[in-house]
Ligand binder design. Structure first.
Ligand SMILES: Cc1cc2nc3c(=O)[nH]c(=O)nc-3n(C[C@H](O)[C@H](O)[C@H](O)COP(=O)(O)O)c2cc1C
Length: 330
């Protein structure tokens, strides 16, 4: 983990992946204060809101933390300027290929840039473009996901890039034994989201947390695309009325498309609008029936509310015990 901790400036190379609405000042500072690396989820925030969130987080921790920016945010350039003004040390660019100039602008401001490549080819491309580190995230993860599992991505990318580059592994990690395994394969560290979402310091609604504690791995399902004409980026979330209604909505929109009542642009917008605000409804308002309770498959390993420091402590001792066991065996 040393390469990872030197890069992040934290005690442990464990990032708490940005989770929209969840990863705000309280959870981010708690993770960093506990020796992990917190990341603010900018999500759809305006530059002014991000500015306030960074200031508020700095008031709660003197330790390093990062900011996650979504590349398709219409005000990405302004958000980068906010990070630069605050001298944010690490910026994660998520949600697609970083637009031209974005990596350069962040690096010119002195930030280290972390990208999330979905394939080995894109991983190489991001490194050539100046990314300082990568997070590879498998489809076991909560939130928006790609099609490939963590185990396969790790096997494709770590043996090729792990020795000479900083690669953090994410998706489906719930225990320290898994962290040990990815470190052995060449990872510099790991990123977890689901395991931290219900930490004591997380502002997620009690109903959201309760849904996590009750859920098993098989309850965290990926949304399904119904019609090939209407692309849907899969989202992994707990099965509920909202997930069923989303399928029904797609069928309804496809029928309107067939009837000529909607054009393709309007149809896609109708699909996207369905989920707009759905995560907020679940996290903040506690509507776990109609809202989007985004969660990864590791949700079954989340059984009680614990302080961030206790979660990190457990992960690290499980990881150390696993590695020590291998040394003794050898
Ligand atoms: C509720 C929730 C919201 C998330 N929101 C974001 C986000 O806004 N940006 C992002 O890059 N990743 C987001 N993620 C993914 C996490 O940053 C992280 O990579 C993922 O949770 C790791 O996999 P795990 O859930 O299996 O631990 C989200 C995940 C969850 C569970």
């Amino acid at each position: 983990m040393r390469r990872g901790t030197e890069f992040l400036g934290s005690e442990h190379a464990i990032l708490c992946g940005a989770m929209s609405w969840v990863s705000e000042r309280n959870l981010v500072s708690a993770i960093s204060n506990a020796g992990g690396f917190g990341v603010i989820a900018c999500g759809a925030m305006t530059p002014a809101l991000l500015d306030a969130e960074i200031t508020a987080t700095r008031a709660l921790t003197t330790r390093p933390f990062g900011v996650n920016l979504i590349t398709m945010h219409p005000m990405l350039t302004d958000l980068i300027a906010v990070c630069a003004a605050h001298h944010v040390g690490h910026v994660v660019l998520a949600g697609g290929i970083p637009p031209k100039g974005s990596i350069e602008a962040l690096k010119a401001a002195g930030a280290k840039v972390i990208c999330i490549p979905p394939t080995l080819a894109l991983a190489k491309k991001y490194l050539r473009s100046g990314a300082d580190a990568l997070v590879i995230e498998g489809m076991e993860a909560g939130g928006h996901i790609g099609p490939v599992s963590t185990a396969v991505l790790a096997q494709e990318i770590l043996p090729v890039l792990g020795a000479d580059h900083l690669v953090f592994v994410a998706g489906g990690i719930g225990r320290g034994e898994a962290i040990a395994a990815f470190l052995e394969m060449g990872a510099a560290g790991v990123q977890l989201g689901t395991r931290f979402a219900c930490a004591t310091e997380s502002i997620a609604h009690p109903a959201f947390k309760k849904a996590f504690f009750r859920a098993n791995a098989r309850d965290a399902v990926a949304s399904v695309q119904v019609d090939p004409r209407l692309p849907v980026i899969p989202v992994r979330a707990l099965k509920n009325k909202g997930t069923e209604e989303f399928t029904a909505k797609q069928i309804e929109v496809a029928a309107l498309l067939d009837a000529g009542s909607l054009d393709m642009g309007e149809a896609q917008l109708a699909i996207e609008h369905f989920w707009a605000g759905a995560l907020r409804r679940a996290v903040i308002d506690g509507d776990v029936e109609a809202g989007s309770v985004m969660a990864g498959q590791s949700v079954g390993m989340v059984t009680a509310e614990e302080p961030a420091a206790a979660i990190i402590g457990t992960l690290m001792s499980e990881c150390e015990a696993a590695l020590r066991g291998r040394l003794v065996a050898a």
